[in-house]
Design a protein around this ligand. Structure first.
Ligand code: SAH
Length: 290
């Protein structure tokens, strides 16, 4: 990408750090060097300061190109949301903190060696692309499948992935219970991730069948995570999983603590799981006594 394509940006572009000084892309922006004020925003659209500060807290450094992509994503989300109800969060700071920053925090769950390798990841119940798409923008090597049951959201996902020119993104319209029984998807993924889709015992039945033994599950949860995981522990075991760890995440601009719940897939999932569509939700896997 040439700098001329960005000449319309009001966002100040820091000088290239490489000795050759060809352009700033492909190297991390030194965000500290960006003098930011209220009027400066990408394409004059959004104030990205909160996002920049928040990612810095998470030890994430977004390049100018990544910031520009997130800006385009936000613009598309706001535009499409006028016609289709994609998300209840529509204000600028809300999108940047509750959608983008929260999604990007999943980066902390990935081992350093995985962050830029070609891991196969499926985001179940992705909605308007969260957390999968911001994570893909941060880690372009990921081979991402976005799974979503609602057709109108599929239309948006197709639009935004084409608009952002993303490679290795597959969009699937369907339910986790269906994909989990299809050979093309069952036990095929290094990671299955989800945010705001279901309670842990149900979510375990959606996610664990999709993960290969040796792979992992990542569920983004709120303050009730420790109790939820305890409630889900029996289901997790039945499905071939084991709780690895819970990582508390503090996001700048959010009062509540968020959690990354990470499970290991340690054994093959018994063939009866996932049960048919609707069953995990109707009869969650809970131990008999509860
Ligand atoms: N992950 C997104 C969306 C959360 S809303 C975010 O955090 O913003 C939950 C989404 O999951 C909805 O879009 C719903 O259609 C989808 N969903 C719920 N159950 C599902 C299932 N069994 N299979 C696939 N998608 C599902």
């Amino acid at each position: 990408m040439s700098t001329s394509r960005l000449s319309h940006l009001k966002f100040p572009i820091p000088p290239a750090r490489s000795a050759g000084g060809s352009d700033v892309f492909g190297v991390f922006c030194s965000l500290d060097s960006i003098e930011y004020n209220e009027r400066n925003s990408l394409q004059g659209r959004f104030n990205v300061q909160q996002l920049i500060d928040g990612t810095r807290d998470l030890q994430i450094h977004l390049t100018q190109e990544q910031l520009e992509a997130l800006d385009a994503y936000q613009h598309a989300l706001v535009e499409w949301n006028r016609e289709f109800n994609l998300t209840a969060i529509t204000d600028d700071v809300g999108i940047q903190v509750r959608h983008f920053l929260d999604s990007l925090s999943c980066f902390q769950a990935l081992e350093s060696g995985e962050r830029f390798s070609a891991k196969k990841m499926i985001d179940v119940g992705t909605g308007a692309g969260f957390p999968g798409l911001p994570l893909k923008l941060l880690c372009p090597g990921i081979k991402l499948t976005l799974l979503e049951a609602t057709a109108k959201k599929i239309g948006f996902l197709e639009h935004v992935t084409a608009h952002l020119n993303l490679h290795d993104v597959t969009i699937k319209h369907g339910r986790a219970e269906e994909l989990g029984q299809q050979p093309a998807h069952r036990e095929q993924y290094d990671w299955a991730i989800a945010r705001a889709v279901a309670d842990m015992p149900i979510l375990a039945e959606y996610l664990l069948p999709l993960v290969k033994v040796g792979g992992r599950v990542l569920a983004q949860k709120g303050e009730g995570a420790p109790a939820e995981v305890q409630r889900g522990e029996w289901a997790i075991q039945q499905l071939g999983g084991r709780v690895r760890r819970l990582v508390p995440v503090e996001l700048r601009g959010l009062a509540e603590t968020r959690y990354l719940v990470i499970l290991d897939k340690v054994a093959v999932t018994p063939p009866q799981y996932p049960r048919r569509p609707g069953m995990p939700n109707k009869r969650p896997l809970l131990p008999k006594a509860s």
